[in-house]
Design a protein around this ligand. Structure first.
Ligand code: SF4
Length: 291
């Protein structure tokens, strides 16, 4: 039996470096994080045990002093303003790719005040809140082609994308908006290539295994989508949130297969996939089974 972990699963470099920064800064004392550092309960718990305290915008407004870490998604200018006014030290772990996108949107908005900035993304998503903030919240968010009527086609249009959206959908939207635009249209594909090809790579990995254990948070929408992709590519796919969810019967069944693959969502930490690997290799909780 071979057990392998998909190299393309798990955190992107933006999230990995935000977590590393949190770990480093925690050694210097108390640290707050504005919003969950990652959409994975176990990873948040791990960092909270090290002392990280997760706060929301209401907490930030009444906080005075202290150090607040900004996660990879990035923040709108208002967050930096509140921090300055309240004497809060910002530890900025915003992903450089997101910061670059924020700057592009900010510059476009400043250079073309008559135009309409359109962001292909999810309303209320942390990254989108940060992007909207670059336009004083004057940009229009389009979630899908059902939202195309929200755009004013009599104005010049500049289209950008949240970094984690689908390339295919962005291309389709671009085409549809170009056909409607009456006063000029520019599309900027700002989808992060770190995650853009994940689905294809995940399917490839799943198809090459005899059985697949997909590790993901129960509440993560990304995990649900990627799990379905895995299951389509390989019918022998099991969803778990942790190694503890694998009973001895599950493990015994899995160990009947030759090639066992472990993969996960964008928010699944490597250590969680490694603990599943260990659980399968060990066999039973009593470690009685032989490999
Ligand atoms: S821009 Fe890319 S690397 Fe940065 S946080 Fe988003 S997905 Fe991760």
């Amino acid at each position: 039996m071979t057990v392998s972990i998909d190299k393309n699963s798990g955190f992107c470099f933006g999230v990995t470096s935000a977590i590393r920064k949190a770990e480093e800064e925690l050694t210097r004392g108390q640290l707050y994080c504005l919003g969950d550092i990652v959409h994975n309960g176990q990873e948040v718990d791990r960092l909270e045990k090290m002392g990280l305290q997760t706060i929301d915008y209401d907490d930030l407004r009444v906080l005075h002093g202290g150090r607040v870490l900004l996660r990879a998604h990035g923040e709108p200018p208002s967050t930096y303003r509140i921090a300055r006014d309240n004497g809060i030290e910002i530890i900025d772990a915003s992903c450089p790719v997101v910061l670059h996108l924020q700057k592009r949107i900010r510059d476009t908005y400043a250079a073309h005040p008559e135009a309409q900035i359109v962001i292909f993304g999810k309303v209320g998503h942390a990254e989108v809140i940060g992007l909207m903030g670059q336009t004083n919240n004057n940009a229009v968010v389009v979630e899908s082609k059902d939202d195309l009527d929200k755009v004013d086609y009599d104005k010049p249009i500049y289209l950008f994308s949240q970094t984690t959206k689908s390339v295919e959908e962005f291309r389709e939207l671009t085409q549809l908006m170009r056909e409607r635009a009456k006063a000029g249209f520019e599309a900027h594909d700002t989808i992060c290539r770190n995650v853009a090809n994940r689905v294809a790579r995940l399917r490839e990995f799943a198809a090459a295994q005899d059985v697949v254990i997909f590790v993901g948070g129960k509440k993560s929408s990304n995990a649900k989508v990627l799990f379905e992709q895995c299951r389509e590519a390989n019918g022998h796919t099991l969803f778990v949130s942790s190694a503890e969810e694998l009973s001895d019967e599950h493990v015994a069944e899995i160990r009947r297969y030759e090639r066992v693959g472990i993969c996960g969502a964008t928010s699944t930490p490597l250590w969680l996939m490694e603990s599943v690997e260990e659980r399968i290799k060990e066999g039973t909780m009593d470690r009685n089974l032989e490999v």
